[in-house]
Ligand binder design. Structure first.
Ligand code: ADP
Length: 257
């Protein structure tokens, strides 16, 4: 039961009671839980066939390469890229249900932060022909966190930078240590975000609306998941952006001894 109300005062200014309303939200809560369960089960069920399609597509590509049929092999590569997109969307939906039920697991360990950044940027550079990913990485050393989850955040910020800057040709990734924290920033020169929307982009399912925005695919989950991951690792995530000029998304992580 959720109640809202206001205190009432008589003409002399003395408190005379409350006027308010109480609503039973049991049914609403049950519906919400059913919706969460459905998303969880559906994404889980989708994962198996998609993994199997991916395996067949990889075999097919290898077969075409072997027979020298590069045209067909390249078509399968395109298929593979779309399968990866689907896998990542399913992964996002699964992560959201895990966050909501408190089941998002973390396996923290020590890892070489610069090595991770370099490997990831090399991989992500292969996904774009138009953009050059420029790195300005100071030596960070070993960091104690969940490597896969940190990769997920970095991937999300860099793929967003690529996606939302279709007319630009550069993305800058910076890393440094500031006041005993690792600070990573991803800067793009794309469409930017208006000032009143910069906080909202970290909310679940939030996507900035606008004429141009409709052409960008997505579910509005990546930044929400990223912010939950960074919060759970004890850091902060934020954005500075100028509409029409570009955005800089940054996150920090505490340095653990
Ligand atoms: P998605 O990209 O799937 O919509 P995200 O959670 O990653 O979901 O981002 C939420 C919204 O924030 C996006 O829909 C977009 O409107 C805005 N956004 C995110 N990154 C950028 C960026 N680099 N430049 C401009 N807008 C962005």
């Amino acid at each position: 039961i959720v109640c809202t109300g206001n205190p009432q005062y008589n003409d002399a200014g003395n408190f005379s009671g409350y006027i308010g309303a109480c609503v039973d939200i049991t049914e609403q809560k049950q519906l919400q839980n059913q919706k969460d369960d459905f998303i969880g089960i559906a994404s889980h069920e989708l994962k198996t066939p998609v993994t199997s399609i991916k395996a067949y597509a990889q075999v097919l590509e290898a077969m075409f390469r072997k027979t020298g049929d590069d045209r067909k092999a390249n078509m399968v590569v395109k298929m593979n890229n779309q399968i990866d997109r689907l896998t990542s969307l399913i992964g996002d939906l699964l992560d959201v249900t895990k966050i909501q039920s408190g089941r998002l697991q973390f396996n923290d360990s020590w890892f070489d932060f610069n090595q991770l950044m370099q490997d990831m940027i090399e991989d992500l550079q292969r996904t774009t022909e138009k953009h050059q990913i420029i790195t300005e990485l100071n030596p960070i050393g070993q960091v104690y966190a969940d490597k896969d989850r940190i990769s997920q955040v970095l991937t999300n910020l860099i793929t967003n930078a690529i996606k939302y800057s279709p007319d630009a040709d550069q993305i800058i990734v910076q890393a440094e240590i500031v006041d005993n924290e690792v600070m990573v920033c991803v800067k793009d020169f794309g469409i930017g975000i208006s000032h009143d929307k910069t906080d909202k982009v970290f909310e679940q399912f939030y996507r900035v609306s606008g004429d141009k925005q409709h052409t960008f695919p997505g579910l509005g989950l990546g930044l929400y998941i990223s912010s939950e991951i960074i919060k759970r690792e004890g850091g902060r995530i934020w954005v500075n952006s100028v509409q029409g000029k570009g955005s800089t998304f940054c996150f920090s992580l505490p340095i653990k001894q």
